[in-house]
Design a protein around this ligand. Sequence first.
Ligand code: CP
Length: 317
Amino acid sequence: MTTARHLTDIASLDDEALLQILERSLTFRRMMDQGRYPKPVLEGRLQFNLFFENSTRTNLSFEVAAKRLGAIVSVVPVAASSVHKGETVDDTVVTLCAQGADYLVIRAAPAGTIASAVSVIERNGYPTSILNAGEGALGHPTQGLLDVSSVLYALKRQPDDRLEDVRLSICGDIRHSRVAASAIEGFSRMGAQITLVGPSQLLPSEKPAGVAAMIEDLGDGIDGADVVMALRIQKERFGADEGLSLDGFHEQFGLNHAKLKRASPDAIVMHPGPMNRGVEISDALADDPERSLIRSQVTHGVATRMAVLEWLEEARR
Ligand code: CP
């Protein structure tokens, strides 16, 4: 099994590590449902959350997960930090390591931030583990893991059952989405049949590995799907030369109950959040307890991050 010190991406996890994290994530989720929490395997550990981009779910669930496992957690107040006096990200990382960070959870926009942080702590001989909490449009590995685990949980499956019979349609802004990148990695490793759906401007320029099809019509793209994932339009990542017109996006690509009739009769709907209600998904569908997995995904975020931290802790001992 992979005994990596860091969680940089899903591709770095071998099958045994991937299945272990998913299995523990399901166990932790069942415990949470019963109001129980595991023993504090991170007692005495120190975690810093260093978020250079806004976050509600990821930042807080990493904090909650680490605290539930017994760690001390400090959320770095980036807006009030010395980054704004010109300190580099790498110097900030080294500063936190020098204060005794065992775990350092990082979210940042520039591609290469995570690799650079890993490199600087290894060059300086710190034992700190880096966890990627979202890096530009490159990846968001714990989101990918929690999305897979949420579907296993909803379908009452174990990781060994795989998802080879499951048709997943990922809809909306795939091109700028790190959530889509990690979902493709995670669900394809579990054997799911993946279709990407959106206007050509929001689809990748080439079909990614692990994807069966890219379709520009929502109805055709979700036809027969068992799981439909809606994604927010990531306007903050549009390049200056991307003259995207989003007029009519909701009419053509916004998910609602009427459009979902093309999917499987029992189809479930996912969204990583934050949602733009009335754009990529309707209010009624987002809040439909029969269809929507969205709140369950948020709960699962804590369970999966506990599983990842436990897995990294095992490698440290
Ligand atoms: N899904 C997700 O990453 O949400 P946040 O940006 O709120 O962390």
